[in-house]
Ligand binder design. Structure first.
Ligand code: NAD
Ligand code: MG
Length: 393
């Protein structure tokens, strides 16, 4: 039996101090023989970044603020240090086997495109760029023969079910959702939930933004759009089911009635590991499911009246054009505003809906990066205005 991967892989992690970034480094720590860290990037958690540099010895790092450069260079004499938005692009352009995109939000778009242009394969956790600029990213990846390997657990599940399959035989894919921390609350109770409650996810431990998105179910809406681009499917072929146990991460139904499901422990290290080793697998598990402990796997359709963000995202996915760009930008602004205690949980939907009403770009299928970025900025301003009006009442 083969006991090792055919090649050691060089890896850069964008967002190494975040939830996905830290899990990715745990994966690398478990398999040091297979992976070598070349680059790391962080925003503000410099103490953690320093620990990561000491342990994983990258050659390159990128930090947001130039004020950290001197201190870092003093301790790490041979390290090349980049900074700012430009620095993220510079580190993404270093040739490696895989760039793990694990930054949160639209800010990850430009480094992702740079990594693709530099012919680095992508392990993609950062879903917001795919929502705002899916066509641009997938076209660029095709043009540069770059693989986009999903890290998002549902998409990794579908990706694994689709290996060796003809995409034209796919009748439907099902993305599973735990339902988040508020699934059993009433609409009235949802008005009062706090950011602290929203970020306490029942089955996954994640960054703040995606935790709030999981609580509104906007995350599953973003994931519908993510799946459309990753797998080249139309919106009507992507379904969502509530599966509170988070054991089955995705299912594929084929034209002949056969269905494949992917099961895995509730731990992002597994999809991260697979994104690093694809198309191979390692011969030692990080974790396994005990099949005897599996009972009571339940599935249900989501309540879109209680969680209207999901319905809104689906409508946007259907309309296409730049609607997803608008959805993503306004959602990022609304979620931040909720986390800062400025608006209610249920206002997130109201703000995104209102922003969409006021920005109806539907027929821009070939928009370039400049147009997408300018619309992203315009929409953010609009959403901030809407929030100001709402909160001054
Ligand atoms: P997080 O908030 O824990 O980490 C975000 C990382 O991005 C940090 O390293 C931070 O330093 C960096 N960052 C934030 N703002 C930045 C900026 N302006 N410039 C440069 N770097 C910046 O987020 P996370 O939970 O790890 O999620 C990362 C991405 O992965 C998100 O897009 C999320 O939707 C996706 N994702 C996460 C999970 C999960 O389990 N956490 C699962 C699936 C998908
Ligand atoms: Mg997911």
């Amino acid at each position: 039996m083969q006991s090792h991967l055919t090649q050691q892989k060089k890896i850069t992690i964008l967002g190494s101090t975040g939830s996905i970034g830290r899990s990715a480094l745990e994966v690398i720590r478990s398999f040091p023989e297979y992976f070598q860290v070349v680059g790391l990037s962080a925003y503000s958690n410099i103490d953690l970044l320093k620990k990561q540099i000491r342990e994983f010895k990258p050659q390159y790092i990128a930090v947001f603020d130039t004020k950290h450069i001197q201190d870092l260079q003093h301790e790490f004499k041979n390290l090349t240090i980049y900074s700012g938005k430009e620095g993220l692009k510079q580190i993404s352009s270093i040739k490696v086997d895989i760039v793990l995109c694990a930054i949160v939000g639209a800010v990850g778009l430009e480094p992702l495109l740079t990594a693709i242009e530099s012919q680095n394969d992508i392990a993609l956790a950062n879903k917001e760029p795919l929502v705002m600029a899916g066509r641009l990213i997938t076209q660029k990846a095709n043009a540069h023969s770059v693989k986009l390997i999903p890290v998002d657990s549902e998409h990794s599940a579908i990706f694994q079910c689709l290996i060796g399959q003809d995409i034209n035989t796919v009748e439907k894919i099902y993305l599973t959702a735990s339902g988040g921390p508020f699934y059993n609350k009433s609409i009235k109770e949802l008005e009062e939930v706090t950011p602290q409650e929203a970020i306490k996810h029942p089955t996954w431990s994640m960054g703040k933004k995606i935790s709030v998105d999981s609580a509104t179910l906007m995350n599953k809406g973003l994931e519908i759009i993510e799946a459309i681009w990753l797998f080249g499917l139309t919106e009507d072929k992507v379904d969502v089911v509530i599966h509170p146990q988070s054991i089955i991460h995705g299912l594929v139904e084929f034209s002949d009635g056969n269905m494949l499901a992917h099961l895995g422990p509730t731990d992002m290290k597994l999809p991260i590991l697979f994104s690093f080793t694809y198309p191979e697998r390692v011969f030692r598990p990080l974790k396994r499911i005990n099949i005897k402990e599996l009972s009571n796997l339940s599935f249900d359709y989501p309540d879109e009246n209680k969680f209207p963000c999901l319905k809104l995202a689906r409508t946007v996915a259907k309309k296409g054009g730049l609607q997803p760009t608008v959805l993503n930008a306004s959602n990022e602004v609304a979620v931040q505003s909720f986390c800062e205690g400025k608006i209610r949980f249920t206002d997130i939907y109201r703000i995104v809906e209102k922003t969409l009403e006021e920005n109806s770009y539907t027929n821009c299928n070939d928009c370039n990066l400049e147009i997408i970025l300018s619309i992203d900025q315009e929409v953010r301003k609009k959403s901030i205005e809407i929030i100001k009006k709402l909160t001054s009442r």
